[in-house]
Design a protein around this ligand. Structure first.
Ligand code: TA6
Length: 280
């Protein structure tokens, strides 16, 4: 399956790899350093969603009555529509598409076209998803970019951009909590869905060796997740110690369902900006 993986390269030290299974970005090398976490036990053969990188969640974030959790986008084979091009402004990009098919229609009987553009520039990775309703009936969806960032050590990692936001704590099962912390350090299983987070100034993930900023467009909510030891151990594709070297900061449109009329297009994106030196 490795032969299916496409690489977009700016130069020897800046490149991105995308697996057509789920259009999953599985590697972003920036200044010679890997910025994304992928579990060493992740499946890469299309038998299961990639455990890491940037899985694309559509048409449903979370448990789904129509099919597997987080919807079918991350477990479908996408097609490369536009190969990489070195644009004049020093960027390189590639576009992948997914449209409704027999499999998706058995789960969710709607016509759609997803276009996913992955672009790299100096110190930046942008992923843009456009969702077109190609059918004759309206549909609603939630969507999210399930970004696994690689960090040297979760215990020395902080993340900002959540203070003042309401959130649903999925671990405690409590809704409408208000985040008071300006800086969050994760020291246990965290699974929190924040409404309208990171929309002014983005999220800053800071580590002793460098920082990463996440800027979002049309993805008003952010999910913060780390399985911690027990949950990581319970996942067959999550290496037991992996939780110490990752943080999921997931840009999404998940607190409300987005309604799309026939021929309407919804576009959303995130930009990851590496503003540090080494391992993040
Ligand atoms: O985004 C956080 C979350 O919804 C968690 O609840 C956890 O289930 C995680 O996604 C991973 O889900 P997955 O289906 O990839 O195992």
């Amino acid at each position: 399956m490795d032969s299916e993986i496409v690489t977009v390269e700016l130069d020897a030290n800046n490149s991105v790899k995308i697996h057509p299974f789920g259009a999953t970005v599985i590697s972003w090398i920036c200044k010679g350093q890997e910025k994304l976490f992928v579990s060493s036990l992740s499946k890469m053969d299309g038998s299961k969603a990639v455990r890491g990188g940037i899985p694309v969640v559509f048409p449903n974030f979370g448990p789904w009555a129509n099919g597997s959790q987080h919807g079918f986008a991350r477990i479908s084979w996408w097609t490369v529509a536009e190969t990489s091009k070195q644009e004049s402004n020093g960027c390189a990009s590639i576009e992948l598409h997914l449209k409704d098919n027999e499999t998706t229609r058995t789960m969710w009987n709607h016509g759609f076209l997803l276009k996913y553009k992955v672009g790299i520039a100096k110190n930046e990775l942008t992923t843009e998803l456009s969702i077109t309703n190609t059918g004759t009936d309206e549909f609603d969806f939630t969507t999210l970019l399930h970004t696994y960032l690689k960090v040297p050590d979760i215990s020395t990692t902080t993340v900002t951009g959540f203070d003042g936001c309401l959130y649903h704590d999925k671990v405690a099962g409590v809704d409408n909590l208000k985040e008071e912390r300006k800086e969050i350090v994760i020291s246990q299983n965290v699974d929190a869905v924040y409404k309208n987070a990171g929309n002014v100034g983005g999220h800053l993930i800071s580590t002793p060796v460098g920082n990463m900023r996440i800027e979002k467009h049309n993805l008003p909510d952010t999910v913060l997740w780390n399985p911690w030891s027990e949950k990581a151990m319970a996942m067959s594709d999550f290496d037991n110690e992996g939780y110490k070297r990752m943080i999921c900061v997931e840009a999404g449109f998940v607190s409300e369902r987005k309604l799309l009329s026939p021929n309407e297009v919804f576009t959303c994106s995130q930009k990851l900006i590496s503003c540090g030196s080494a391992a993040i």
